[in-house]
Design a protein around this ligand. Structure first.
Ligand code: TYD
Ligand code: ZN
Length: 406
């Protein structure tokens, strides 16, 4: 199974096949599962520009619907992270006369509300209505649309060029990335920067984080592929910095060509990517083999524990949960429920595997013997919060980078 690269038109060879999958963030109601949408989750790398991408293209209108349930403010650690980024921009890039910042995918306003409080001109671009409304309530100015090369000139005409453009966990989601980069090229001021942070291919491969692959992640970026994409659309990659958030991210900075010096980090990371063979099909094929082993180990462990009469609950229902449960064949027979703090996910089901999502009290009111930690990127925060589960003999099951009990 091959397809065409969304960035350069090259050939993308499918290397990782995670089988039939529903949408990661669908969260159907119990009565609503009769005609669930499935597609084949296959991921591969472009022969020419090395961009890792989904072979199938799920129309974005069915992904970022009005009630899109992901809320960036849901974790205290993430809130602190985004407030820190806002403060960094306020201190560095937004100090000139009447600066202007644009955020693509501003979600519930976790970053821009801090910018709004500082009285700095800003615009959030957010097509999912519910989260857009939440950010408006925090004083954030929002354009309820998708960003692309057709929105950029309108924003430019109304607000002028952007000193900073930002996106977090959204740019790799956009299958029309080529059009977004054309839009950035137009809207970005001559000395402006476009900063975005997304899960990093190097970490995904190193940790065998196969659950980060789902319909919304149209791409998994590497420094090499972003450098090539930037150049293709008249921009330049001037910095890349690793960040541990979301289980391993990279923060990229693009600028107009020649406008900013290129940091040493870019060259260092490119060299590291070459030594990790990140740009080779074989690396993805080996990844697929490790994912199969995790699947076999995890389902084996759960069946074994279930056979011994142990009670197992899931903890955290990020979109990743959909990939893992459907790929491994984990259903409510093995994991009767998953607790999650997001109100809009509670009372719903994980798509495809149909495991019910319940409020955190379902967990703490009656501790199970084992908790399968789907939100493993929040392990520290969650394990600290649920210390009394471990103190009473409860054990956590983790499956990335391998299956283990802690
Ligand atoms: P997250 O990894 O932020 O999102 P994504 O879907 O993009 O992978 O999702 C973390 C999920 O875990 C989210 O649904 C909220 C939940 N969660 C809890 O239930 N309790 C917690 O203490 C934390 C930190 C998260
Ligand atoms: Zn390509």
């Amino acid at each position: 199974m091959d397809s065409t690269c969304r960035i350069c038109g090259g050939i993308v060879k499918g290397s990782i096949d995670l089988g039939p999958q529903p949408r990661g963030n669908a969260f159907p109601r119990p009565g609503d599962v009769a005609d669930e949408f499935f597609y084949r989750l296959v991921v591969g790398m472009c022969d020419s520009c090395t961009m890792v991408q989904l072979l199938d293209d799920i129309p974005q209108e069915i992904r970022y619907h009005d009630a899109y349930p992901y809320h960036a403010s849901g974790s205290a650690v993430h809130r602190g992270h985004f407030e820190g980024i806002a403060q960094h921009f306020l201190d560095t890039e937004l100090t000139g006369p009447d600066p202007f910042i644009v955020e693509i995918g501003s979600n519930d306003g976790v970053m821009l509300s801090k910018i709004a409080q500082a009285g700095v001109r800003h615009l959030g671009i957010e097509p999912s209505r519910e989260v857009a409304e939440m950010s408006k309530a925090k004083g954030v100015r929002v354009l309820p649309e998708f960003f692309d090369e057709s929105t950029a000139p309108r924003i430019l005409a109304e607000h002028g060029p952007a000193d900073v453009m930002f996106g977090a966990n959204v740019i790799a989601h956009i299958s029309h990335l080529a059009s977004v980069l054309r839009g950035v090229k137009r809207l970005l001021a001559p000395t402006g920067i476009f900063v975005f942070e997304e899960p990093y291919l190097g970490d995904v491969v190193e940790q065998t984080a196969f659950d980060l692959l789902y319909d919304e992640h149209s791409f998994v970026f590497s420094v090499r592929a972003i450098q090539a994409a930037a150049e293709r659309f008249g921009l330049e990659l001037v910095d890349a910095e690793p960040d541990p958030i979301h289980g391993g991210s990279m923060r990229y900075t693009l600028a107009q060509p020649g406008a900013r010096p290129v940091s040493r980090g870019v060259g260092d990371l490119l060299a590291r990517e070459d030594s990790q063979r990140l740009g080779e099909h074989a690396t993805l094929e080996e990844f697929a083999g490790r994912a199969r082993r995790i699947r076999d180990d995890l389902i084996g462990l759960l069946r074994d524990l279930h056979g011994k009469g142990m009670r197992i609950a899931g903890y955290g229902a990020p979109a990743k949960t959909t990939t893992v449960t459907n790929y491994c064949g984990i259903g409510p027979d093995l994991v009767p429920f998953i607790c999650d703090s997001t109100p809009s996910k509670q009372g719903r089901l994980i798509a495809g595997s149909h495991i019910p999502v319940k409020p955190p009290a379902a967990f703490s009111d009656d501790y199970p013997d084992y908790a399968l930690l789907f939100a493993w990127n929040h392990a520290e925060e969650i394990m600290a919060k649920e210390r009394s589960f471990s103190e009473r003999g409860g054990r956590w099951i983790l499956y990335v980078p391998d299956v283990r009990i802690v």
